[in-house]
Design a protein around this ligand. Structure first.
Ligand code: ATP
Length: 225
């Protein structure tokens, strides 16, 4: 498999600022692969993925317009762990395969950032050259979800509680961005991260596919960027 020059796994709790960091990294030249977007794409109307979801969960999973009925599916799998496992068993392999295809397509000289909300929960830290974690105060994240996404406070807290803890994500991080100031600060910190951790890897003549630099994060200090 062709591997990118640098393969970054980006993660963080819900509403922590991952997409903002990803957008800044994209502006700096990274190719961003967004697991959330892929998980929607693999069950797009008319897709094989959606056909299999309909087969696994029944016709109520598919709305009249041919799209996946997310509310109905959410209800079905919320109360039924077996149905949830069936759904994940369809979607996760498709997302992984599509992610791999995009990483290969990015080519050997690219910087690929994979935005994977559940990177820690799904034990994928070792798949990346570098794991970048965005952390924000849970109270701030609850406030964002309530204010911007119309969630109830209880829902927002339940979403946070269902994910890994900040401590678990920190343990998996090679670099930690603490998002505790404004958006412009977050973007500036992201640019610092690029300068410190990415730009040096872009120097040098060879790409991996030509026998050049190899990845690996062993011994990399956990660090605030
Ligand atoms: P999700 O897990 O839901 O995909 P996310 O981790 O990708 O969320 P973002 O979408 O980047 O998070 O940020 C969530 C919301 O919070 C956005 O509306 C974003 O503009 C806002 N936000 C993030 N960081 C800050 C900040 N430092 N100051 C103000 N608003 C912020």
């Amino acid at each position: 498999m062709v591997r990118p020059r640098l393969h970054i796994g980006l993660t963080g709790g819900i509403a922590s600022g991952k997409s903002t960091v990803a957008a800044e990294l994209s502006a700096l030249g990274a190719i961003v692969v967004d697991a959330d977007a892929l998980s929607r794409a693999v069950v797009a109307p008319g897709s094989e993925g959606l056909r299999r979801v309909g087969e696994a969960l029944g016709p109520t999973a598919i709305a009249a317009d041919g799209s996946m009925d997310r509310a109905a599916v959410g209800k079905l799998v919320f109360a039924d762990a077996e149905a949830r496992a069936r759904l994940n068993g369809i979607i996760h392999p498709l997302v992984r395969a599509e992610g791999q295809r995009l990483v290969t397509e990015a080519g050997p000289d690219s910087v690929v950032v994979q935005d994977v909300p559940l990177l820690v929960e799904t034990g994928q830290a070792d798949s990346y050259d570098l794991v970048l974690v965005v952390e924000a105060d849970p109270e701030e994240r609850v406030a964002r979800m309530v204010r911007d996404r119309g969630m109830t406070e209880a829902d927002a807290r339940a979403r946070i509680a269902a994910q890994a803890t900040d401590g678990q994500r920190r343990a998996a991080a090679d670099v930690l961005i603490v998002n505790d100031a404004g958006l412009e600060d977050l973007r500036r910190t992201t640019r610092c991260f690029w300068e410190q951790y990415v730009a040096p890897r872009l120097q040098g003549p060879t790409s991996r596919s030509q026998g050049g630099q190899t990845g690996g994060t062993t011994g990399r200090p956990k660090d605030g960027a």
